[in-house]
Design a protein around this ligand. Structure first.
Ligand code: NDP
Length: 443
């Protein structure tokens, strides 16, 4: 049996009841066969067994009281997956669906994504099954304070540096940072995504969405194509989706769809982003309100954005939101490129449909790495006690995304899978971490 097959068996046996984690880990393991065969030292050092087992997994109780004085208990998680190339780094997800499997899948992906950025950051992820929707600012503060009252003892600027993710934006990061500082009396860059008045980086808010478009544009350019003049379908209407829409529009595309967890909008004249920002960022409302701004747009509470004809699809909401039948519809409608803004938004079957039909496909760990890359730039600025201009950060981000594209394309070609960027990104991300683990001995 091949080393990769053995590792997959161990993965299944050790992680029953963790479908998202096994899906993410299998996707990586399956694509490593050629690099594993070339490097027998990986097997000697049990690299695969070690890379699928987190360094540690922390689970804790998060008690808080609501505005009526009623007590609630949520579950908190932090999975510190791998720190072979730098301190653990990855976001905090606040969503009722959060469980250990989801945090492990995200932490595992983060190892390779962070490696691909070329910056010295390891992989980790955290979160809670807390639902921020409909909560008052005081309730959010209560929850964040309670969450950090446990988390603070496991993190630090050179240990583990959490950031935002679904449900964790600038407000939540502010409350968590304030609690960390209060408990430890340390003013250090322990979280990223901070506000600009207390150590945040310009362009961090825009980074994941902009980075997604920079990388997708590079992939298109290699085939003589571009965002200019194209029709783009985007899912989600959160941080990643909004800034992907902004940059795609700036490059001359027309974005016609966005969605949230209750429905989606289609605006054939191009989405009015100022309206979406007001609804989602200011009012924290529902996309159904979009019709108040653009009465001719369509709102639908059922179905998905992928039924709309488009040239480029950018899934930016959540995992497994684009399945085989969505992929077939996109192919039928002649989509030319898909760039994953969310983590693992396409199911394995959907990915196969894209690859088989020659659709250019940029996998999440490369395409959405701009967020964590800019977080690492925030860490650098904090360590130097300096802050760079928006243009400086944006230019660095752009350069990083171009490099990621080149590295994944080169790895895909070298290992015999030209234009299969899933294989390319997995191998390019894996190799650096595996070599660092070999050099550091069996730990
Ligand atoms: P936000 O919370 O800002 O936005 C998430 C968006 O997706 C919202 O529109 C939300 O709708 C929608 N959504 C969430 N869950 C579901 C669901 N189960 N079904 C349908 N829609 C859903 O999160 P982000 O934009 O930060 O994150 C989006 C994705 O990008 C995630 O996969 C995240 O892991 C990934 N990512 C984020 C990075 C970042 O820098 N923020 C970096 C790299 C990856 P609603 O408003 O109704 O909740």
């Amino acid at each position: 049996m091949s080393y990769v097959s053995e590792a997959m068996q161990e993965l299944d046996a050790r992680n029953p009841g963790q479908p998202e984690f096994r899906q993410a880990a299998k996707e990586v393991l399956e694509s490593l066969e050629s690099v594993i065969n070339e490097h027998p030292e990986y097997r000697r050092n049990a690299i695969l067994e070690r890379i699928i087992e987190p360094d540690r997994q922390i689970m804790f109780r998060v008690p808080w009281t609501d505005d009526k004085g009623v007590a609630h208990v949520n579950r908190g998680f932090r999975v510190q997956f791998n720190n072979a190339i730098g301190p653990y780094k990855g976001g905090i997800r606040l969503h009722p669906s959060v469980n250990l499997s989801i945090i492990k899948f995200l932490g595992f992906e983060q190892i390779f994504k962070n490696s691909l950025t070329g910056l010295p950051i390891g992989g980790g992820k955290g979160g809670s099954d807390f639902d921020p929707k409909g909560k008052s600012d005081r309730e959010i503060f209560e929850f964040c304070r309670s969450f950090m009252t446990e988390l603070y003892r496991h993190i630090g600027a050179d240990v583990d540096v959490p950031a935002g993710d679904i449900g964790t934006g600038a407000r939540e990061i502010g409350f968590m940072y304030g609690t960390y500082k209060k408990i430890t009396n340390l003013y250090e860059g322990v979280l990223t995504g901070k506000g600009l008045t207390y150590g945040g980086s310009l362009a961090r808010t825009e980074a994941t969405g902009y980075g997604l478009v920079y990388l997708t544009e590079e992939m298109l350019k290699a085939k003589g194509k571009s965002f200019k003049g194209s029709v783009v379908a985007i899912s989600g209407s959160g941080n990643v989706a909004i800034y992907a829409a902004e940059k795609a529009t700036a490059l001359g595309a027309k974005v016609v769809t966005m969605s949230d967890s209750t429905g989606w909008i289609y605006d054939e004249n191009g989405i009015d982003l100022a309206a979406v920002k007001e609804i989602k960022e200011v009012k924290r409302g529902r996309l159904s309100e979009y019709k108040n701004y653009r009465p001719k747009a369509q709102y639908s509470a059922s179905g998905r954005v992928w039924q709309v004809k488009c040239d480029i699809a950018l899934p930016c909401a959540t995992q497994n939101e684009l399945d085989e039948s969505d992929a077939k519809t996109l192919v039928k409608n002649k989509v030319i490129a898909v760039g994953e803004g969310a983590n693992m938004p396409s199911t394995p079957e959907a990915q196969e449909v894209f690859l088989k039909n020659g659709v250019l496909f940029a996998p999440a760990k490369a395409a959405n790495a701009g967020g964590v890359a800019t977080s690492a730039l925030e860490m650098s600025q904090n360590s130097q006690r300096l802050s760079w201009t928006f243009e400086e950060v944006d230019a660095k981000l752009h350069g990083i995304m171009i490099n990621i594209y080149r590295n994944m394309a080169a790895a895909a070609e070298k290992y015999g899978s030209k234009d299969n960027f899933i294989v390319g990104a997995n191998i390019a991300g894996f190799k650096k971490v595996a070599d660092a683990m070999v050099a550091q001995g069996i730990q």
